[in-house]
Design a protein around this ligand. Structure first.
Ligand code: GDP
Ligand code: K
Ligand code: MG
Length: 300
């Protein structure tokens, strides 16, 4: 307010951690809206998605980083580069772990990456709703042996326990700066991208392991009709004809279900009626073709 002479603070915070530790859940909880898609399958988040947390004293832009892991394809390589460059640019890094699981090879790989940057790193122990309090201290000791963390905060992203404390701790690391985004903006990603992610999320939920890593979703067009209905055309790219058959399902049943569920989420997101059309196309080996990745919106 005009009577306060406290300076405004703003900055960037990256969220890293093994797949499924709850990065997207945490960001959505902090931002208070469903931006990053959530699922119980690995590699749900491919692009960095920014969520914006705004108060009248500070603004924090969160980056939900794609999983840091050893790259196996050009797509994996792309994700790794995004993650590494992000770590250097931010004011703090939240290293999220699943407290109900022990230290694994994936955590060690991430810690190796963190050793290469100067940025303060928080150890955030998530899913404390699933562990006995006695187990926390030994777990913290194990991680403290490997890295000098700036802060250590146990939370439950799903239930919101201690999330406000985490936000308060983060604010200590946010320098003076301007408000980058307006009060009501929660993400800087275009609606097209989020709609494509919603379609991909439904496919992740409704198919078996072999499918999720073989698909990409691209919004071909999105326009508002005279009656206010938003018309969206989306293409689901798969690598093989057999995968196309799986996604379409018996007499188109699965594709219809994917479309219905994605449409409901889009309507909630955009606040208007949606007319959604889905197509499935085969694009062989799209994951290893640089130009295909560019077409599909994977940016460095
Ligand atoms: P990400 O891959 O790190 O982004 O993980 P997600 O946010 O997609 O979460 C993976 C799974 O863990 C989902 O099924 C979440 O509901 C679940 N999860 C996330 N946070 C918590 C938590 O605090 N407690 C419990 N019990 N489950 C959680
Ligand atoms: K996930
Ligand atoms: Mg995620």
């Amino acid at each position: 307010t005009s009577t306060s002479n406290q300076a405004y603070h703003s900055g960037f915070v990256s969220i890293v951690g093994r797949p499924n530790v709850g990065k997207s859940t945490l960001m959505n909880h902090m931002i208070g809206q469903k931006i990053a898609i959530m699922s119980d399958k690995a590699q749900t988040t491919r692009n960095k998605i920014q969520g914006v947390y705004t108060t009248d004293q500070a603004q924090i832009v969160f980056i939900d980083t794609p999983g840091i892991h050893k790259p196996k394809s050009k797509l994996g390589d792309f994700m790794m580069k995004v993650a590494q460059s992000t770590l250097k640019e931010v004011d703090a890094v939240l290293f999220l772990i699943d407290a109900s699981q022990g230290l694994g090879a994936g955590d060690r790989f991430i810690i190796d990456q963190l050793q290469q940057v100067q940025t303060p790193v928080f150890l955030v122990l998530n899913k404390i709703d699933q562990v006995h309090p006695d187990e926390l201290l030994p777990l913290i000791a194990t991680y403290k042996d490997l890295y000098d963390f700036a802060e250590i905060v146990p939370i439950s992203a799903l239930h919101g326990n201690n999330v406000q404390t985490l936000l308060d701790q983060i604010l200590k690391y946010i320098p003076e700066g301007p408000q980058y985004y307006p009060d009501d903006q929660v993400t800087d990603y275009p609606e097209q991208f989020i709609c494509a992610e919603l379609v991909r999320e439904k496919i992740l939920h409704m198919t078996r392991e072999e499918i999720p890593h073989s698909i990409a979703v691209y919004i071909e067009d999105m326009k508002v009709q005279d009656n206010g209905v938003v018309q969206i055309g989306a293409v689901i790219y798969v690598e093989r004809d057999s995968q196309k058959g799986i996604i379409i399902g018996k007499r188109g049943a699965l594709l219809k279900e994917i479309g219905q569920q994605a449409r409901q989420d889009m309507e909630a997101l955009l606040g208007s009626k949606i007319f959604l059309e889905l197509w499935v196309k085969v694009k062989k080996d799209w994951r290893n073709q640089e130009h295909v990745l560019k077409d599909l919106g994977f940016r460095h």
